[in-house]
Design a protein around this ligand. Structure first.
Ligand code: CTP
Ligand code: MG
Length: 253
């Protein structure tokens, strides 16, 4: 029998500093409620549910640090998770890339592996979190949960709004994956990526892509349908439906 690989000291960074423009007017997206609880709290609980995660760093909107602390204080982690998981809040930046960088700065040196998880993916199951952690523990420098696409994808030459756009190519769908979070990293590799890759325009929307730009190998593990990102109003309806079903079938609170 082979010995199991050593447990890696693991932290999760949760970028939650976005505005949620595509969701429409209202509070910043991560602070909006789902089943009566802010989306951000669901995301924190999803990370703390993994026994591997010893620290969760929440990246709050630049002017929302105090509010996020208050929200987290009023929704404490379930007792078992609270005993094993520390929680930190830091202020974020103008792009997701900057926000992740702010979160990384707060991760202590002793941490060996880092998960980066969108607050906007509140319903990721713990099995997916654990699958990502396991792949990092087994030696991958960067791990992305992802799913095959349902739709065929066309590459176009973007034109003026409401004008038909010419199709440039149709990539083979069997080779494409839609990526999710938490993405998992060897900490030093992720820190190097964030030091090396400059923020351009809206910045990188995907940390693994930054590691690819370092020339390092990135691997995909199977994601989960319920790890979808709440982006548009319809996604909120779907998230509420998933929560309602969990409450009936698993007693999820
Ligand atoms: N995010 C962040 N800091 C930013 C922008 C985004 O921490 N400056 C976070 C969001 O809070 C979210 C995650 O990155 O948890 C994924 O981003 P996205 O789904 O695009 O969220 P928003 O940027 O809030 O939404 P939108 O783009 O519609 O404004
Ligand atoms: Mg955004």
């Amino acid at each position: 029998m082979s010995a199991s690989p050593p447990r890696l000291r693991t932290a999760a960074v949760i970028p939650a500093a976005g505005k949620g423009v595509r969701l429409g007017p209202g509070a910043p997206k991560a602070l909006r409620t789902l089943g009566g609880m802010p989306m951000l709290v669901h995301a924190v609980r999803a990370m703390a549910a993994s026994r591997a995660v010893e620290l969760v760093v929440v990246v709050a909107p630049p002017d929302g640090e105090a509010e996020v602390r208050r929200i987290l204080d009023s929704h404490p982690l379930p007792e078992a998770a609270a005993a094993e998981t520390d929680l930190l809040v830091v202020a974020g930046g103008n792009t997701r890339q900057e926000s992740v960088r702010c979160g990384l700065r707060a991760v202590p040196e002793a941490i060996e592996a880092v998960l980066v998880h969108d607050a906007a993916r509140p319903l990721v199951p713990v099995e997916t979190v654990n699958a990502v952690v396991a792949a990092v523990r087994d030696g991958a420098l960067a791990v992305v949960p992802a799913l095959p696409l349902a739709d065929t994808v066309k590459e176009v030459r973007p034109g003026a709004e409401d004008e038909p756009e010419p199709v440039v190519a149709t990539p083979d769908r069997a080779r494409l994956r839609a990526v999710q979070t938490p993405q998992g990293f060897d900490r030093a590799t992720l820190v190097k990526a964030h030091r090396t890759v400059a923020v351009e325009g809206e910045g990188a929307t995907d940390d693994a892509g930054m590691v690819e730009r370092l020339g390092e190998r990135v691997v995909v593990v199977r994601g989960h349908e319920e790890a979808f990102k709440v982006t548009r109003p319809l996604d909120l309806l779907l998230a509420e439906a998933v929560l309602a079903r969990r409450r009936v079938t698993d007693g999820y609170v």
